[in-house]
Design a protein around this ligand. Structure first.
Ligand SMILES: [Zn+2]
Length: 483
């Protein structure tokens, strides 16, 4: 941090100028020079510390069930005994069911570390029960395996493990409304600590159960969310939260879910703002044009439901992004194959649609083999609006600072670009205009203060302790405190 302080000390006046003019005019090279000098001289650890301490905007692309670190799942699941939930996870396979079980369905038998509630456990045969252990009874080897089974931390663990085993292993953990709300608050705390002020995660309102199996209605869940967000620990994060519903696009009932979600979001527009469509795009059953007619019918009735849709998260060129814009989406999740459509690239320059960029997700799910293949810098630098987001940060074992770190290291971001990315993550949020204006004002005040503080050499005194996880350590050999 010493180098940060000394290199920044020289540029007090220009740093203030950069901040005040960031969105209005391009800063001259001289104005940006301090950050260029800093990048060129800082160690990776110093750069990461700087980026961790740096105020940021929002995270617009975040699946709450993918946003919990393995350790959070484990600790929070045990803590749920206070709400009557006790969990068992599968540590052995004893061939308790006949050969020929369906291993491609939602609950495959031959899958270790599938986690169930005590209620489900008690319905199992004695043989099947012998395959499970209470979460708190796992030995150190089993616990490490449980934790690793729900994150992508090894070579060769890519797209198929992620899509076909992670949620299947979490299984009944994601049905616990209290647990999911704790994950939301953990994210607010972690994001707040790294300078975010807004998040708009995908968090469904259906499918929750109390420990005794009673179904929690969507109305009851909304009340639970609002109550949890009013608790002092959630408020103390300073992070504003709005939510998106999401539908799994390739299932037979996707249209019915879309209709239900529109009605639900419209009726709860103080909390839920948008509908998203998720699920692997290489499953053709969920192609965008399938939903055109349904959405046109829904738009005859509803005025206040926004759309952000995953599109272009595929290896091959196709028309998914173009089709998705016809569906009415204002934001595109991932947009990797936009780069293959010259005409659409031209049309998307300078908005109004934004691409939610997920650099770490795209690498770990093998949509790019290395960052030199990623189209992000091309979008950014020809004026297609982009913002960085974390997607399933728990399963990558990463955070938002990691996304900025990757972007700076791989694509040499300028200080002005960094601020544009944060501002875009607020400008293109779906929150109401008044709240948005307030968030942008907060960000601009904070980033100005950060520049002033850094420039006057006081950043070191702020005693910033950056938190990072396995991704950064594994991929960039920056191994810091892990929480
Ligand atoms: Zn996603």
């Amino acid at each position: 941090m010493k180098r940060i302080a000394s290199s920044l000390k020289k540029i007090t006046a220009s740093a203030v100028l950069i901040c005040s003019t960031a969105m209005h005019a391009s800063s001259s090279y001289a104005d940006m020079d301090w950050f260029e000098k800093f990048k060129n001289t800082a160690s990776d650890k110093d750069l990461y510390t700087f980026l961790y301490a740096m105020p940021k905007g929002g995270d617009l692309h975040n699946h709450i069930s993918g946003a919990a670190r393995s350790e959070w799942w484990y600790d929070l699941a045990l803590d749920q005994s206070k709400n009557g939930y006790h969990y068992f996870t599968k540590t052995t396979i004893n061939n308790c069911v006949p050969y020929g079980s369906n291993e491609f369905a939602g609950s495959p038998y031959l899958l270790l570390f599938k986690t169930v509630t005590e209620r489900t456990y008690t319905t199992m045969s004695e043989c099947e029960q012998s395959e499970y252990k209470r979460l708190e009874d796992l030995n150190s080897e089993e616990k490490a395996a449980f934790l690793n089974a729900i994150r992508l931390n090894g070579k060769g663990e890519g797209r198929d493990e992620f899509f076909q085993t992670h949620w299947q292993r979490l299984y009944e953990l994601t049905d616990n409304p209290y647990l999911m709300l704790e994950i939301l608050v953990k994210n607010m705390q972690a994001f707040g600590a790294e300078g975010l002020i807004y998040m708009e995660p995908m968090m469904g309102s259906l499918g929750y159960q109390l420990a005794d199996g009673t179904e929690v209605s969507d109305e009851d869940f909304v009340a639970m969310i609002k109550a949890r967000l009013k608790q002092p620990d959630a408020k103390a994060t300073g992070v504003t939260v709005r939510l998106q519903e999401s539908i799994l696009r390739f299932v037979p009932s996707a249209e019915q879910q879309l209709i239900r979600d529109y009605k639900f979001v419209s009726a709860h527009s103080d909390l839920y703002l948008a509908v998203n469509m998720v699920g692997r795009e290489d499953n053709d059953k969920g192609h965008p044009m399938r939903f055109l007619q349904t959405l046109r019918e829904l738009r005859r009735t509803y005025t206040n439901v926004k759309l952000s849709i995953h599109a272009g998260e595929v290896d091959e060129p196709n028309s998914h992004i173009r089709d998705t814009l016809l569906l009415g989406a204002d934001r595109i999740g991932h947009g990797i194959n936009l780069i293959t459509d010259d005409e659409l690239m031209r049309e998307m320059r300078h908005g109004p649609y934004m691409v939610e960029i997920n650099l770490i997700s795209n690498l770990l799910l093998e949509y790019v083999d290395e960052y030199s293949q990623h189209p992000f810098p091309e979008y950014l630098r020809i004026g297609i609006p982009v913002a960085l987001s974390t997607d399933d940060r728990g399963m990558w074992d990463s955070n938002m600072t990691d996304e900025f770190f990757v972007a700076v290291k791989e694509f040499n971001l300028s200080w002005e670009e960094i601020k544009t990315l944060s501002l875009n993550s607020l400008k293109y949020s779906f929150v109401d205009d008044k709240t948005k204006a307030s968030l942008i004002k907060t960000y601009e005040e904070r980033i100005k203060h950060f520049e002033d503080t850094a420039a006057s050499g006081k950043l070191k005194k702020a005693n910033v302790t950056p938190v990072s996880y396995q991704f950064l350590c594994n991929y960039y050999s920056v191994c810091l405190v892990q929480e």
